[in-house]
Ligand binder design. Structure first.
Ligand SMILES: Cc1ncc(COP(=O)(O)O)c(C=O)c1O
Length: 395
């Protein structure tokens, strides 16, 4: 007898490689060990920002009897986010366009619930975040992955266009992009918008765009940012405070409807979002995180420190013969192995250095480094990177 539903079993299979890496690999066995250099996932390796503690502590003190009552998207933080987004993206968001969620994860699930019927297809670039696929499969939707164009990992509009068929409902763009660190510029987004407009006409059905922007505020070298929401009217934006605060365990984010969307569709989505959140298990952030939001919004991790680690590691990795793609944003480095990926990964692990193998993102020749590692971890890892560069295949 099959106990688990088909769609959950499919989601489980799609996540298997990451789950195995996280729990059962050599990394899984060493995770949390203070003697390793952990460059795998975007987790903190130092104490949290003090401002987070202050904001949450203050927000936890009840002002009235309803302080911990059921919360939906509360008016004050919703209006606050609309105002901040209007300034940040240069678009006239209104409070009703914003749904507060438990991080970007929550916002993405709500977007899927809002837009997708069983069997609807969703196109997104690969390599990419490894949770789109299981989340789509669990929503009974059909993932259609298309490769990014190497060597720069640009959007490949030909591949996106070719993947669009009669059942396509949604395209996902993640900018700044995990794992490559790319930020897609205005010209690329305009070309994408034209492609989606043409394809929507061709299939006789509106294709929506989900702009997954949790790393939006983590950008290097004063780079600008253009949201797809400013270019393609049928865009929903998702965001998470988990990245910029490096506190992904404190779930807070939002889904926002582009104010450029025609009013009929915009209104329909505004009106349906409550039901989508309620039906996805009361998918609102908890009360304390909502009260704390305006205070948390002012905080950020030290992007200069990330940039310093980026520079030190880029130099060391290049010297070791690896090819590093210069990141424009996010806290990742995307690197092409100089030699045999499995052997080199193991040689690093032998020296207590753990990186995320690209194989978990269907990109065997690459690996990802998270710059959220501490400076001490970076320092300790440098000799290992140097040693592994010269590691030759056994004769
Ligand atoms: C591209 C991308 N989207 C969404 C998420 C989910 O973010 P959160 O866990 O903060 O909800 C992540 C987290 O790693 C991500 O990398």
């Amino acid at each position: 007898m099959t106990v688990v539903s088909r769609r959950t079993a499919q989601a489980q299979a799609a996540f298997h490689a990451v789950e195995k890496f996280y729990f059962d690999s050599r990394y899984g066995k060493r995770r949390g060990d203070p003697s390793i250099s952990d460059f795998t996932f975007g987790n903190p390796h130092e104490m949290p920002l003090q401002g987070i503690v202050t904001a949450i502590r203050e927000a936890a003190l009840p002002h009235d009897k309803d302080w911990f009552a059921y919360k939906t998207s509360e008016d004050a933080p919703r209006a606050f986010v609309a105002e901040v987004l209007a300034k940040e993206l240069g678009l006239p968001f209104e409070a009703e366009d914003v749904a507060l969620t438990a991080g970007a994860f929550g916002a993405i699930s709500v977007a899927f619930r809002l837009l997708l019927d069983a069997g609807d297809e969703v196109v997104y670039p690969e390599p990419g975040w490894f949770c789109y696929e299981p989340t789509l499969l669990a929503a009974d939707a059909v993932p259609r992955k298309v490769p990014l164009a190497k060597p720069g990992f640009d959007l490949d509009l030909g591949a996106i266009d070719a993947a669009i068929g009669p059942r396509t409902r949604l395209v996902i763009v993640n900018t700044p992009h995990n794992p490559t660190g790319r930020i897609y510029g205005r010209a690329a987004l305009e070309a994408l918008a034209e492609c989606l407009e043409r394809a929507s006409r061709r299939i006789g059905r509106r294709i929506f765009l989900l702009s997954d922007e949790p790393y939006r505020r983590i950008r290097f070298d004063n780079r600008g940012f253009t949201s797809p929401a400013a270019i393609y009217p049928w865009t929903l934006v998702d965001y998470s405070y988990g990245k910029v605060l490096l506190a992904p365990g404190q779930r807070l984010g939002y889904l926002a409807i582009s104010p450029l969307m025609p009013m009929a569709e915009r209104r329909a989505l505004r009106e349906a979002v409550f039901a989508a959140q309620m039906a996805s298990g009361w998918g609102f952030p908890n009360a304390v995180m909502q009260y704390a939001l305006p205070h948390l919004d002012r905080l950020t991790i030290d992007v200069e420190a990330l940039a310093r680690r980026r520079d030190v590691l880029t130099g060391a990795l290049a010297k070791a013969g690896h090819t590093v793609l210069a990141p424009e944003g996010t806290f990742y480095l995307w690197v092409k192995w100089a030699g045999d990926p499995e052997r080199q990964w193991n040689a690093l692990a032998d020296r207590d250095v753990f990186v995320l193998p690209g194989s978990v993102m269907n990109a065997n020749d690459y690996f990802r480094i998270s710059l959220t590692a501490s400076d001490a971890m970076v320092e300790r890892a440098l000799p290992a990177f140097a040693a592994v560069s010269s590691a030759r295949a056994p004769a």
